[in-house]
Design a protein around this ligand. Sequence first.
Ligand code: FRU
Length: 521
Amino acid sequence: MKFCSVWFILFSLVIIFPSCRDKTEKQPSEITEKSNPYYSEDYRPQFHFSPEKMWMNDPNGMVYNEGVYHLFYQYYPDSIVWGPMHWGHAISKDLIHWQHKPVALYPDELGYIFSGSAVLDESNSSGFGTDENPPLVAIYTYHDPKGEKRGDSTFQTQGIAYSLDNGDSWTKYENNPVIGNEGVRDFRDPKVMWHEPTQRWVMTLVAGDHAQFYSSTDLKEWQLSGEFGKEKGAHGGVWECPDLFKLKVADSDEEKWVLLISINPGAPNGGSGTQYFVGDFDGSTFVTEQKANRWVDWGTDNYAGVTYSNAPNDEKIFIGWMSNWLYAQATPTEKWRSAMTVPRKFDLKKVNGEYYLSNYPVRQFNEVITKSSSENLVIGAHTTRTIENRGLQQAEVIFNTDAKTFQLKLSNELGQELLLSMRGGGKQFLLNRSNSGKVDFQKDFGEGVQIMPVPNLPDEVYEVRMLIDRSSIEIFINKGQYVMTAQLFPNEVYTKLTIENLEDEALNFNNFKISKIESIW
Ligand code: FRU
């Protein structure tokens, strides 16, 4: 009798409940090794911008002009760690494929060239160009290392430069700096826009723990008009890299202003992160009724991002630096350090009475994705499904689900794994990279679990979209309502994706697809 029941249980487990076993499905292998040796080093991103060599941090001077998207960036051409800052330069016609250009701005006697922005001065208000050939004007921070060493607090000032050949060459303004410093240690990262109602240029600048707004008619003479934030938002660190822009609220006639503020340290998952405020701007100052702190991206690796000036159709297109000051200078790459996020479009949505700034890859990005066919996966209660795909290291994984408790695991032959999970009845999304590969180059990198609250996730079906590019993952939930970006350094590429249903009922993962993303290099 006893013997019989043991056999019955074994029989049931194997035959009647086959779904309890781990199912491994092999997908057609899509090995993405490059035949072309350019940009093929270990961990080299294949569809993200990274400098050919040496150190890069913040995106700077993002401006569109005459069919060209300019991307300048904080660059140190002599080392793979931070040093005297220059503006590196690259251009793109489609925001996806980039062409490297020579360094645009070199340090000079006023200091290093820190972060800033660029605008097309269409009416030649600065007088740097002509009506026929209006200038591009770059507005940046000078950081004087000698002053810093002396212990002064006036070593950061604002300067400008102009280009009459669509960014190929730059001339610094002879009367720099255009804004001096009255004793604020962290006084930097000017972001300039044209404010139509007041017919003025508006500069947003950070001053330690708050933002300041300046206005000008000619980009040379600036008047302080207002300030914001001493008592608003997160204050775990210095405020950096502001941005201010107007957006229409989706499905309404309402327009709101959005202020981005990067902060370091003090991000929700440690180190550097970018918060945003939704409110109003009258040309002089910004106000908001927002109570909660909001973040553009909850992952550890999206910092100092800002939007394009003059983009077609006035779209707000954002690029962030895909790293974190906690460990940026120690990541295990040798020839270059760090990459940018994929360009993302901002949209403003009102969900349950709250404004959300969503960010989602620009539509142009679809051009480098070779879409695979999709399938509808049904995964039984407390069951896993493993999909093998040798192209996972350079892929888009996308599906629609209404699941509230599940885990996704990316893993390699060495047992290294990245864990992503929806928990708390669909109220929290977690990312755990503690055993994802090389983590011990710095103590915080692999530590802890990164948490993203997702309080307003729809009850019905929502989309999960992930972009994996050798040493990074970008996760967009519900079309960019909730976003996480993280770097990863597996010793071998991930080749398996395991989906685990942690609920008592079967779950649907519809239109599930793993698609190859082409190299942009
Ligand atoms: C942000 C930042 C900026 C500064 C630049 C210096 O990452 O600290 O505030 O302008 O980097 O490289």
